[in-house]
Design a protein around this ligand. Structure first.
Ligand code: CA
Length: 239
């Protein structure tokens, strides 16, 4: 038993059951919710990952995600119908970390779950003891990023970043002025082989990150687009 807790929100009993058996067999504690309302009533700090179907009766998965994001940075993996390309973008905009198109293989599901939990554990130190003796905080003008856990501040106000947003920001801020292609960002943040469809995923996460760190997200001062090449973090003297 590894004991990590996964909340599965899915109205189709057969899919929910399949996920429960699979993840249960891997040693996870699986909580099941057939609706968004039920999911929110089960949400608490013990949940390490949420698997969230977008198409739910009553409250939609997107709305559930927005509600969870008001109180938690827990990783959220969306389940979407393959044809609903638009849903993927909506899901990521609402605060989701990744998505899986139905039908998916169990191997894919396990891989995504593990990738999300690994990131969450590494950056939150949730199930690991943190070395608290060294304060590893990188300061860049008005922004500060803790390098050993998911915490970042602007003007000393916590930014409340999701794991992905934090990972992108810390990657860029550690290498100011260096241009990162979407390929570079995807492989180091997602830790998975790049494919062309990753471009829109990265774009959405960067847009969300900008709404949190930039004074004017439409005219970003920190994370600049370098057209045709990727993204670059501007050092404070240039901001
Ligand atoms: Ca459904």
């Amino acid at each position: 038993m590894n004991g990590q807790v996964i909340l599965v929100v899915e109205d189709e009993p057969a899919i929910r059951e399949g996920i429960r058996i699979l993840l249960g067999g891997e040693g996870y504690v699986v909580l099941e919710a057939p609706s968004g309302e039920d999911a929110l009533s089960q949400m608490n700090d013990a949940v390490d990952l949420v698997i969230l179907d977008i198409m739910l009766p009553g409250m939609s998965g997107i709305k559930v995600c927005e509600e969870i994001r008001k109180v938690s940075n827990v990783p959220i993996l969306f389940l979407t119908a393959k044809s609903q390309e638009r849903d993927k973008t909506l899901g990521l905009m609402a605060g989701g970390d990744d998505y899986l198109s139905k039908p998916f293989s169990y191997a894919e599901l396990i891989a995504r779950v593990k990738a999300q939990l690994r990131r969450y554990t590494v950056y939150r130190g949730k199930h690991q003891s943190l070395s608290l003796d060294t304060e590893q905080v990188l300061t860049s003008g008005r922004l500060k990023v803790a390098l050993d856990r998911n915490e970042a501040w602007k003007d000393d106000t916590p930014l409340n970043l999701t794991e992905i947003e934090y990972s992108i920001l810390s990657l860029l801020i550690k290498h100011p002025q260096k241009i990162f292609s979407t390929h570079d960002i995807y492989e180091s943040v997602w830790n998975e082989p790049y494919s062309y469809s990753a471009n829109s995923t990265i774009m959405v996460h960067i847009r969300r990150l900008r709404t949190k760190i930039e004074d004017d997200p439409q005219n970003p001062a920190y994370i600049k687009n370098v057209w045709g090449k990727g993204y670059r973090y501007e050092t404070e003297k240039n901001v």
